[in-house]
Design a protein around this ligand. Structure first.
Ligand code: PLP
Length: 465
C-alpha cells in the first residue's frame, strides 16, 4: 500500500478499479491524470502524454473541445435532468434520436439510450428476448459472438464478450451464449490457407454451430465490424458477405457492436459501412459524445421494434426503463458532436490524415520484430513476433507488447494500448489528430520499440540483428 496522502495513495485505499491486477493496483497506485488539451493529457506533475489511444478509444475530439464543453454547460443551465420513461421525453434526446436514425444504415430505426456500451449490449439481450417472446418464437434466444470480441462487462454483454480473462471468476458466459472463432487470418489461418478460403471456413463454422444448436433457437450473431480491444482484427475480404448469407439462411439477426467503430473511427461514419455489413441492430457509445458525457445508444430495426410493440399489446407494459436514458446533457453533447462532424468535415479530415497514419504504421512492417500491421481509418495495430520468418510468437504471449507500451509511456510519454491478442500494441488517436502529430506518435513508438528490441536481444529472447 502506498503511504502518505497523495491522490494515488488515497486512491489505493478506497477505489476499486477494473482491468488490473487488484493487488498490484493497490500496492503501486494509479497514475492520476489531471488535465488535457488536444491530443494530450497530463498527470498531476504536469507531465504531458500524447494519448495515442484516445483514452479508451473514445475522445474523438481530444481533451479540450470547447464546443462540447459549452453544449453540456448550456444544457445544464436549461434543463440539467429529466427522464424519458413513463410518457415523458426531453428535446435533446428527441433531436439526437432523429439525427441518428437519419444516418445509421438501418431504415426507420428506433433508438434506446443508455450510459455505456455494456448497458446497451445488456439491453439488447433483453430486448431480443422480449421481441422473440412477443412474436411467438420463445425458443429463439441463443446468442453467438466471437472469440476475442469485446462487448462489455455486464452479465449479458460480458457473456457476449469472447475474452477469457474477462469471464474467468465471474461464472460467465451465462448459458445460451456461444462463441465462434476469431476471424484473425494471421493467427488462425491454416498453413497456406488463402484469406478468402479462411473466410469461407469461418462462415462454415458459424453455420455448423447454428445447425448444431438448432436454427430455431439462435436469435442472433454479434460482431464488431473491426474488432477493437481484442486486437484490431480486420476480417479478410468476403468474410462478412459469407457470414450474412449464413445468417439470412437461418433467420438469425446481425447485431453490430459499433461502440469503437462508430463515428468515423474506420474512415466512414460507421464500421458497417466500411465493412459492408447490413445490420439489424447497432450499439453505439464512446465517440458519440467524444466520451465527454456517458452515453450509449441501442439502435434497432423497425421490424424488431414492431415486434416489441406487439408484445406490449399482449402484456400491456414494456417493463424496462432506466433513470438516465436519454439524459439531456449527454444527448446535447451527442448532438454537438454530429454538428461538428458536419461543420468541420471530420470525415474529410480523417480521409486526409489516415493516409499519413497508413504510411507511418505500415512502415513498421520492415521492423525485425513486427509480424503484422493492421489498420483502417484511424485505428491500427502492430503485432510483435519472436521470429518473423517462422511466424513464431513470444511465449508467454503479451508480455513484450506490454513492455513496449510501458516503455513508450515511461520514456517517451506516449500512451498506446496493449491488447489481448498476441503481442499487439493498438493505436486509436483522437480523430482530430494532425499529420505532424501522427508523425510524432509513431516516432515516439519507434523509439520505445527499438529500446525493447535491444533489451530482448541482449536477453536472448530474439536473434541478434
Ligand atoms: C466494442 C465494444 N463494445 C462494448 C464495450 C463496452 O463499453 P463500456 O466500456 O462503455 O461499457 C466496449 C468497451 O471498450 C467496446 O470496445
Amino acid at each position: 500500500m502506498i503511504k502518505g496522502n497523495s491522490a494515488a495513495a488515497r486512491d489505493s485505499r478506497h477505489m476499486l478499479h477494473g482491468y488490473c491486477d487488484l493487488s498490484t493496483q493497490r500496492e503501486a497506485g494509479p497514475s492520476v491524470i489531471t488535465g488535457g488539451n488536444g491530443i494530450y493529457v497530463h498527470d498531476e506533475n504536469g507531465t504531458p502524454f500524447l494519448e495515442g489511444a484516445a483514452g479508451m478509444w473514445c475522445t474523438a475530439f481530444g481533451f479540450g473541445e470547447e464546443a462540447l464543453i459549452d453544449a453540456a454547460t448550456e444544457q445544464l443551465h436549461k434543463l440539467p435532468y429529466y427522464h424519458t420513461v413513463a410518457y415523458k421525453s426531453v428535446n435533446p434526446a428527441i433531436d439526437l434520436a432523429e439525427k441518428l436514425a437519419a444516418i445509421v444504415p438501418i431504415e426507420n430505426a428506433r433508438i434506446y439510450f443508455g450510459l455505456s456500451g455494456s448497458d446497451a449490449n445488456d439491453f439488447l439481450v433483453k430486448f431480443v428476448r422480449y421481441y422473440n417472446n412477443a412474436i411467438g418464437r420463445p425458443e429463439k434466444k441463443k446468442f453467438i459472438s466471437r472469440i476475442n470480441g469485446y462487448h462489455g462487462s455486464g452479465l449479458g454483454s460480458g457473456s457476449l464478450t469472447g475474452v477469457a480473462s474477462c469471464q474467468t471468476g465471474f461464472d460467465l458466459p451465462l448459458p445460451g451464449f456461444f462463441h465462434v472463432s476469431d476471424p484473425n487470418w494471421f493467427h488462425n489461418a491454416e498453413p497456406g490457407e488463402a484469406p478468402e478460403d479462411f473466410a469461407t471456413r469461418m462462415a462454415t463454422e458459424l453455420e455448423d454451430m447454428i445447425l448444431r444448436e438448432g436454427p430455431d433457437t439462435v436469435a442472433g450473431f454479434m460482431a464488431e465490424p473491426i474488432t477493437g480491444a481484442g486486437g484490431v482484427i480486420i476480417p479478410p475480404p468476403t468474410y462478412y458477405q459469407k457470414i450474412q448469407a449464413v445468417l439470412d439462411r437461418y433467420d438469425v439477426l446481425f447485431f453490430a457492436d459499433e461502440v469503437i467503430t462508430g463515428f468515423g473511427r474506420t474512415g466512414k461514419m460507421f464500421g458497417c459501412e466500411t465493412m459492408d455489413i447490413q445490420p439489424d441492430t447497432m450499439t453505439l457509445a464512446k465517440g458519440m459524445t467524444s466520451a465527454y458525457q456517458p452515453l450509449s445508444a441501442l439502435v434497432i430495426s423497425d421490424e424488431i421494434y414492431r415486434g416489441m410493440e406487439q408484445g406490449c399489446d399482449g402484456i400491456g407494459f414494456f417493463g424496462h426503463g432506466t433513470t438516465y436514458a436519454g439524459h439531456p446533457v449527454a444527448c446535447a453533447v451527442g448532438l454537438k458532436v454530429l454538428e461538428l462532424f458536419e461543420e468541420r468535415d471530420i470525415l474529410g479530415h480523417i480521409a486526409r490524415v489516415s493516409r499519413r497514419f497508413e504510411k507511418r504504421i505500415t512502415a513498421f512492417r520492415d521492423h525485425p520484430l513486427v509480424g503484422e500491421v493492421r489498420h483502417k481509418g484511424l485505428i491500427g495495430a502492430i503485432e510483435l513476433v519472436a521470429d518473423k520468418e517462422a511466424k513464431r510468437f513470444f511465449d508467454p504471449m503479451g508480455a513484450i507488447a506490454k513492455r513496449v507500451k510501458d516503455r513508450a509511456e515511461e520514456n517517451h510519454k506516449l500512451i498506446v494500448r496493449n491488447v489481448p491478442c498476441g503481442d499487439t500494441c493498438a493505436f486509436s488517436p483522437p480523430l482530430i489528430i494532425t499529420e505532424s502529430e501522427i508523425d510524432d506518435m509513431f516516432d515516439r513508438f519507434a523509439l520505445a520499440l527499438d529500446e525493447v528490441t535491444d533489451e530482448i536481444r541482449k536477453e536472448g529472447l530474439v536473434a541478434a540483428g
